[in-house]
Design a protein around this ligand. Structure first.
Ligand code: HEM
Length: 413
């Protein structure tokens, strides 16, 4: 059969999902300033690392004026407000480490944070959509989208490593854009039975997955494991299944009962959710439930995209029905690249969490506070659960193994 020209428009397109052709899920041109009325928020948000360091952030937040969120109008204003309020919240919660936690977020922060979150359909906590997707600017607007020319807007303690962590993750998002662009081509190609077009689009997706892995490799260049483990990680932690805050957090002026929210993680990035749905990766019950829950931490339009991809005719079945060697190979290649990305990610987690955690335990046992002070003082509650520890490895390996299970059975030739 002659191959039709690839055409993603007639049926399935990314247009209605707030996904840009150039930037994918990344927010285009994030605002750097809010209307002047909100200056008290920005004044504190931009100083979070410094105020946490001097143990003054809670003091400054407590005397911040109660501002109404009603003067925020545009989507990008709301995104910057969410970013600023969420960074302040993380600093406020973890200013004194895991020991001296507070049970309540004060109303002057909690109420506007809640309102802005409601309007965006995001939870009232720092998410990947804040720290990565809406937290960048180009130093030279005409310059390239690379490490040297990018800067974060708002940061957390951890200096260059924190900047590196957010920006490398942003580069991974950017590397995925060609893959995202080709998702509609695959879906529409399957719908019209066009094996060649589907194969070609899958080849682009494979390359893009490889590029994502290559960008992920920059993590070890720009992020210091002891800083990540000993300093940064706690500021990304949430108040769900967290022994430091077993009941969650009361948002004063919003609700008397405490509420539980997970911390920020790239598990909240819509990328792998989309690729899993496209390729038909079936997750095991427990890890699948976690990943599904993470979709509630995505901008609603992006969450909808992951769901709508899952409703499309099965790509894998299509590949199996077509007797096309190229299509078979393209599909296998894609799954293999996704598998390689997850395997490399496990490597990263080992380097940034498992190894420093073991070192911290060893140092604590030997009472060697001075040597590697940073990691030995790292929060212990996070070691075995949440954003760290062996539970994490079991989870990540289960997800990887399920990805492997998506490969087509070897055909005897
Ligand atoms: C220092 C760098 C990183 C560390 C230490 C790290 C750590 C983790 C941890 C502990 C989890 C388990 C779930 C959780 O606790 O939320 C996780 C999940 C995940 N991370 Fe990362 N991560 C890093 C960078 C990245 C980057 C740059 C990406 C790509 C955008 C990414 C993508 C994912 C995904 C998709 C999951 C969900 C599991 C899966 O689908 O395979 N991570 N990560």
């Amino acid at each position: 059969m002659a191959a039709a020209e690839p055409d993603s428009k007639p049926f399935f397109s990314l247009e209605s999902y707030h996904v840009s052709e150039e930037l994918g899920f990344i927010l285009a041109d994030p605002l750097q300033e809010l209307p002047p009325y909100y200056q008290p928020w920005m004044d504190i948000a931009l100083r979070v690392p410094e105020l946490v360091h001097s143990h003054e952030l809670r003091f400054h937040v407590n005397k911040m004026p109660q501002l109404s969120s009603q003067f925020l109008q545009k989507h990008r204003e709301l995104r910057l407000a969410h970013l600023a309020l969420s960074m302040m919240t993380m600093g406020y919660m973890w200013q004194e480490g895991e020991n001296n936690t507070v049970k309540m977020l004060p109303h002057n922060l909690a109420v506007p944070f809640w309102e802005v979150s409601q309007r965006l359909g995001l939870p009232p906590i720092l998410t990947h959509a804040d720290a990565v997707l809406a937290n960048w600017r180009k130093k030279d607007p005409e310059g390239p989208f690379d490490m040297e020319n990018l800067e974060v807007l708002v940061s957390l303690p951890g200096g260059d490593s924190t900047r590196g962590f957010f920006l490398v993750t942003l580069l991974v998002e950017m590397a995925a854009v060609p893959a995202l662009r080709n998702i509609p081509t695959v879906i529409n190609g399957v719908r019209c039975g066009d094996a060649e077009t589907v194969a070609r689009a899958l080849e682009v997706i494979s390359q893009s997955l490889q590029d994502m892995t290559d960008k992920l490799k920059l993590m070890q260049v720009y992020v210091e494991p002891s800083v990540f483990y000993g300093i940064m990680r706690i500021y990304l932690s949430g108040w769900k299944d967290n022994p430091c805050m077993p009941k969650g957090l009361v948002y004063e002026g919003v609700q008397d009962e405490p509420m539980e929210y997970s911390g920020g993680s790239a598990a909240q990035s819509s990328l792998l959710h989309c690729f899993d749905e496209l390729l038909g990766v079936k997750h095991e019950a427990k890890s699948g439930a976690f990943l599904t829950r993470m979709r509630n931490y995505m901008p609603p339009a992006h969450k909808l995209l992951t769901q709508d991809i899952s409703l499309q005719p099965s790509l894998k079945r299509f590949v199996q029905q077509q007797a096309s060697e190229r299509l078979n190979q393209a599909f296998q290649h894609c799954v293999t690249k996704l598998l390689a990305l997850r395997s490399y990610h496990i490597n990263v987690v080992s380097r940034f969490i498992t190894v420093p955690a073991a070192r911290a335990r060893q140092l604590r046992n030997q009472n060697q506070e001075l040597e590697g002070e940073m990691i030995s003082r790292a929060p212990t509650a996070l070691e075995e659960r949440g954003t760290g520890g062996s539970g994490i490895m079991i989870f990540l390996k289960t997800v990887r193994d399920q990805t492997k299970g998506t490969l087509l059975p070897e055909t005897s030739q």
